[in-house]
Every structure is written in structure tokens, then in C-alpha cells.
Design a protein around this ligand. Structure first.
Ligand SMILES: Nc1ncnc2c1ncn2[C@@H]1O[C@H](COP(=O)(O)OP(=O)(O)OP(=O)(O)O)[C@@H](O)[C@H]1O
Length: 289
């Protein structure tokens, strides 16, 4: 399912003394099967964009097209429930929303609320719990007897059990240790690859954006500052540094290697094959850069 934002503006508490412009003139395309990362400082508008992706918020100007549906500021907009079913959002610290007596009941809650039978919902729960890397025995436990990392996975399984076409992740690894962070990011990447699941990741981590996303959007003060592939974004990182955003380690490494070999070979530009070949030689010879 394709999603696109067309010149979207959003004002919180519009037409009140507390009105606040959060985003303006935001146009982003998310074709089906894309992995998009949205990066930016606190307050740059990431969460506001995210809430437009399943019509929790409706633009005060412009429009959002979700599949066949157009979401605008118009008063009467029916069947937004259908959109919520197809676009799953994993909010920050999703485990805070667990509330049922058992993990199984918690995972089944969403699908059953949308009319899936109990039997089918239980089948989905078993599949979802496997997808998040947990065993089926956990289904009969209380969510409150689990570790923090397990609770996070159970909450994610609840969103997957809705079988969404698009999954939106708001800092999904916040508060986890480095190992847990990597496991969760890899899990979402595998889901994206295997099921061609469109994925939108809101993150402060340039590292994750550069490792997993096909497309990156950088937000600054409510506007799109830059968008493109990781290669396009990091090709000239000066703008990012001006914003005070960190350049990821992998990109720094590549640039360092490129610079070293450009100096050595007297060339201004290396092909990717030349670069890879030179890196291999370097590791075999063990010479430091
Ligand atoms: N409920 C609200 N009422 C009024 N203003 C809000 C509300 N939520 C956000 N804002 C304002 O809208 C702007 C964008 O906020 P938003 O939460 O979208 O940024 P963000 O990039 O997601 O930040 P963070 O990284 O801290 O989550 C900010 O100026 C913020 O203060």
C-alpha cells in the first residue's frame, strides 16, 4: 500500500490562543515495500508526521493519501478504522500499553477488536510471537512476569498480529541495551525483506537509518530539510554537521578509506569495485590506513 503526504501542514490547537505550527509543506512518498527513516532533532516534527500515517491526525492543510483513501481536513471522513487496521504503529515504549492477564489475550485484543474470530486471532498470536523471536509457551504467561525486552517484543507482536501492510516504528529500541537494540532492528529488517512490509522508522540514530533504510528524510524545524537514499544523504554530510547531526560510523569509515586511497592512488574518485578491492587488500596485508 502506497502512502504519500502532499504539502502537509499541521497546527496543534488550531484557531485557539495555544495554536502551534508543528509541520509545514511536508511532501513525502512512501511507495509499497519501502523502508523509510525519518531523522531530526527533538521537536522537528517527526511524531506529528507519524501520526498522519494512520490518520490519528488530519492535516490542517494539504492531504495525505493512504492506499486509495485521501485524508484531508474535511469534516466527514468515514472508515478511518480500515486505515488503522492496515497501518500499524509501534509507539515509544509500547509495553506500557500491555494490560491483559495473559500475553495471548493481549496479542489477540487488536485483531478481535477488528472483527477477527477468537480462533483466527489465536493463530495470529502464535505466528506473531514466533516472528518476534519468542516461544509459544510465553503466550499463557502474564505480560507483567516478563523481562523488559520480552514485554517490548510482546507489544510488537500485538501490532504484527493485525497483519498490517505498513508498520511505523517510533524509536522502537528506546531504553534497550545495545544487544537488544540490534536484535529488534534486525527483526524488523527481516520482516521488511521477507514480507515486503513497508516500514517507516522514526529514529535519532543515524547509524540505524544508514544501515536499514532505502530512503531517509531529515526533518528540521517542521520542514523537510533533505531527502534521498543513504548514499545521497551522506555523500555530502556537511549540511548534517551544520544541523549538529552526527554522521554514522559506517559512513565515516567509508569516507576515511576513500580519502586514504584517493591520496595513495592519486585519483579523485574510486568505483565501488576499486574501493572494495582496496579494502580487501588492506585487510589481507594488515596495513593500517
Ligand atoms: N500535543 C501538542 N500540542 C501542542 N504542540 C505540540 C504537541 N505535540 C507536539 N507539539 C509541538 O509540535 C512541534 C513538533 O513536535 P513533534 O513531537 O512532532 O517533534 P519530534 O521531532 O517528534 O520530537 P521528539 O523527537 O522529541 O519526539 C514541537 O514544536 C512540539 O512542541
Amino acid at each position: 500500500m502506497d502512502i504519500s503526504l502532499r504539502q502537509v501542514e499541521y497546527r496543534y490547537q488550531a484557531n485557539s490562543p495555544f495554536e502551534r505550527l508543528a509541520i509545514e509543506n511536508v511532501s513525502i512518498d512512501i511507495p509499497s515495500g519501502t523502508y523509510l527513516a525519518i531523522i531530526g532533532h527533538t521537536g522537528s516534527g517527526k511524531s506529528t508526521i507519524l501520526q498522519h500515517l494512520n490518520a490519528i491526525l488530519k492535516p490542517t492543510k494539504g492531504k495525505v493519501v493512504i492506499g486509495e483513501r485521501e485524508v484531508t481536513n474535511a469534516k466527514k471522513q468515514k472508515n478511518l478504522k480500515e486505515i488503522r487496521k492496515r497501518v500499524g504503529i509501534v509507539f515509544q515504549f509500547p509495553e506500557h500499553q500491555l494490560f491483559e492477564e495473559t500475553v495471548e489475550k493481549d496479542i489477540c485484543f487488536g485483531p478481535m477488536n477488528f472483527g477477527v474470530t477468537e480462533e483466527a486471532a489465536k493463530r495470529r498470536a502464535r505466528e506473531a510471537i514466533r516472528q518476534v523471536g519468542l516461544s509459544e509457551e510465553i503466550l499463557q504467561k502474564s505480560p507483567f512476569d516478563l523481562s523488559g525486552g520480552q514485554m517490548r517484543r510482546v507489544a510488537i507482536a500485538g501490532v504484527l498480529a493485525m497483519e498490517p501492510d505498513v508498520i511505523v516504528l517510533d524509536e522502537p529500541t528506546a531504553g534497550l541495551d545495545p544487544r537488544g537494540r540490534k536484535e529488534i532492528m534486525e527483526m524488523f529488517y527481516q520482516l521488511h525483506k521477507k514480507r515486503n512490509l513497508s516500514t517507516v522508522l522514526v529514529t535519532h540514530s543515524m547509524e540505524d537509518a544508514s544501515l536499514y533504510a532505502d530512503q531517509i528524510v531529515i526533518m528540521h524545524r517542521g520542514q523537510v530539510y533533505k531527502k534521498g537514499t543513504p548514499q545521497e544523504i551522506f555523500h555530502s554530510p556537511e549540511g548534517l554537521l551544520e544541523l549538529g547531526l552526527d554522521v554514522p560510523e559506517v559512513v565515516r569509515f567509508q569516507q576515511k578509506v576513500e580519502k586514504a586511497f584517493q591520496t595513495k592512488l592519486g585519483k579523485t574518485c574510486l568505483t565501488i569495485e576499486e574501493l572494495t578491492g582496496e579494502i580487501e587488500k588492506l585487510f589481507k596485508g594488515g596495513q593500517p590506513l
